[in-house]
Design a protein. Structure first.
Length: 397
C-alpha cells in the first residue's frame, strides 16, 4: 500500500464511496464524456492503484492528468475535498516511477533548457539599449514585478507596459522587474516562470528546487506582484498549493483593487455587452472574485454582467493543469463551451483576468475583441503604450 498524507488518503476514501455529487461540475468529464475522468473516477483509480488492486502503468498514470486543477468539484463537495491536491500527489508518484505521459515529462526538459514551459528561450526584452528598461523599472525598488510566463514569451511588450502601469499605481515610483533579461537584484536569472507547470507535470523534486531558487532570488522584496494566477496561488499562504509563504506574492488584481482607490484611469474602456469570466485560480484559489469586479468596474464604462454560473460556481475554460497538452481537443471544447455560454446568455464580450484564460477563449471566439483581458483593459484605461524601441528583432512570437 502506497502511503500519502492523511488529508490525501481521506480525500480519496471519501470520493471512492461517494455517489458522485460533483460529477456535472467537472470540465474534463463534461468535455470527454467518460466516467473514468470524473473526479470520482480519477480519485477511485488513485485509491485502487495506491492499494495495489490496479497495477500502476502508463495508461493509469495518464488518467491522473485529466484534471485542470480548477477545484470546481470542491464547490459542490460536502466534504470540501481538494481533488487537485490529491491528483497532483498522484502525478508526483507516477512521475517518480517514470510513468508520466510525454507532454508532462516534456515540461521538465523545457524548464531545464529554456527556463519556462516553452520550446524556445524567452524573447529579448531589450536587444539594443538598456536605457528603455531602465527608464521603466528600478532595480532598487522593494516592489518586484514577476511577469506571467505566457506574457513574457508571447507578448513581451506587455511586460514593459505592465511596468509602466505598476509605476502609475505606485504613486509614480517604478518597481523592479524579475525575469530573464532583467533580474530584480541586478544579477541574471534564467527563471522565466514561477515553476507551477513543473508541479502540474508531477515533477515534484524539480518544482521544489525551482520554487526554492526563485524564493531565494526574491527574498529581498517586500512585495512581489504578478499577473500570473498560478504564481500567486502557489506562493501564497492559504491556497492549497501555497502552504508556507516565504515571499509575499500578490496578484496584480489584488494590487490594482487597492491602488485604484488612489489612481484614477484617464479613460474607462467602453465594451459591448460584456460578461465577466471568473478564472478558477483567481476565484477558487485566491478568493479575488470581489476584487476582480471592483477592478473591472473601475476600468470600464457601464455594467459588466454575470454569467448564470459565476464566482465559485464558474465553469473552467480548460486552460490549466497541463490539460491543454494532455487532452488538447477536450480542452478546446471546454473553452468553446464558455463562448457558447456567452452567446446563449446574451453577452458579446467576455472579460477575464488570466492570460491563459484569455488565450484559450480567444482560440475559440474567433476574434480578439470578443475576449478582453483585464490587464489589457487597465493599460488602455490608463492610456499606456510600451516604449516602441524596447524590443529587438524577433521580440514578438
Ligand atoms: S469531490 Fe466530493 S462530491 Fe466529488 S466525488 Fe469526491 S467526495 Fe464526491
Ligand atoms: S478540479 Fe476541476 S478538472 Fe479537476 S476533477 Fe475537479 S472539477 Fe474536474
Amino acid at each position: 500500500m502506497r502511503q500519502f498524507s492523511d488529508d490525501i488518503e481521506k480525500a480519496t476514501a471519501y470520493c471512492t464511496y461517494c455517489p458522485k455529487m460533483c460529477r456535472f461540475s467537472c470540465p474534463a468529464s463534461e468535455a470527454e464524456k467518460r466516467e473514468t475522468v470524473t473526479p470520482w473516477g480519477m480519485m477511485r483509480l488513485f485509491e485502487l492503484a495506491r492499494d495495489g488492486s490496479v497495477e500502476l502503468d502508463g495508461s493509469v498514470a495518464e488518467t491522473f492528468y485529466h484534471c485542470t486543477g480548477c477545484r470546481r468539484c470542491q464547490t459542490w463537495c460536502e466534504h470540501d475535498n481538494d481533488v487537485p491536491e490529491a491528483l497532483w500527489a498522484a502525478r508526483d508518484w507516477v512521475h517518480s516511477e517514470g510513468l508520466a505521459p510525454e507532454p508532462a515529462s516534456h515540461v521538465t526538459d523545457q524548464f531545464e533548457e529554456f527556463g519556462g514551459p516553452f520550446d524556445e528561450p524567452a524573447p529579448s526584452l531589450d536587444d539594443e539599449s538598456s536605457r528603455a528598461l531602465d527608464s521603466v523599472f528600478d532595480p532598487d525598488s522593494s516592489i518586484v514585478f514577476v511577469p506571467d510566463c505566457t506574457t513574457r514569451w508571447e507578448d513581451p511588450a506587455t511586460v514593459v507596459a505592465i511596468g509602466l502601469l505598476l509605476a502609475r499605481l505606485n504613486g509614480g515610483e517604478p518597481v523592479a522587474l524579475h525575469t530573464p533579461g532583467a533580474a530584480a537584484d541586478g544579477t541574471e536569472t534564467d527563471r522565466g516562470c514561477c515553476g507551477a507547470p513543473l508541479a502540474a507535470a508531477g515533477d515534484g523534486a524539480g518544482w521544489r528546487r525551482w520554487r526554492s531558487g526563485l524564493e531565494a532570488e526574491l527574498q529581498e522584496a517586500d512585495l512581489v506582484v504578478t499577473e500570473c494566477p498560478s504564481m500567486a496561488a502557489h506562493f501564497s499562504e492559504g491556497s492549497s498549493w501555497g502552504k508556507q509563504r516565504r515571499v509575499h506574492v500578490e496578484h496584480l488584481i489584488g494590487f490594482m483593487a487597492r491602488e485604484l482607490q488612489e489612481a484614477t484611469p484617464s479613460e474607462p474602456v467602453r465594451l459591448t455587452d460584456p460578461m465577466l469570466h471568473d478564472s478558477c485560480l483567481l476565484t477558487r484559489q485566491l478568493g479575488l472574485a470581489d476584487e476582480t469586479r471592483q477592478v473591472v468596474d473601475a476600468l470600464t464604462d457601464g455594467d459588466v454582467s454575470e454569467f448564470d454560473f459565476n464566482r465559485d460556481e464558474a465553469p473552467c475554460c480548460g486552460a490549466s493543469g497541463l490539460y491543454d497538452r494532455v487532452a488538447p481537443d477536450a480542452a478546446r471544447r471546454c473553452a468553446a463551451s464558455r463562448i457558447d455560454d456567452l452567446q446563449r446568455e446574451g453577452g458579446r464580450t467576455v472579460v477575464c483576468g488570466s492570460a491563459d484564460c484569455t488565450k484559450a477563449l480567444r482560440g475559440e471566439a474567433g476574434s480578439e475583441e470578443t475576449v478582453r483581458d483585464i490587464v489589457e483593459l487597465a493599460l488602455r484605461a490608463f492610456a499606456i503604450e510600451p516604449p516602441a524601441h524596447t524590443f529587438g528583432e524577433g521580440g514578438q512570437t
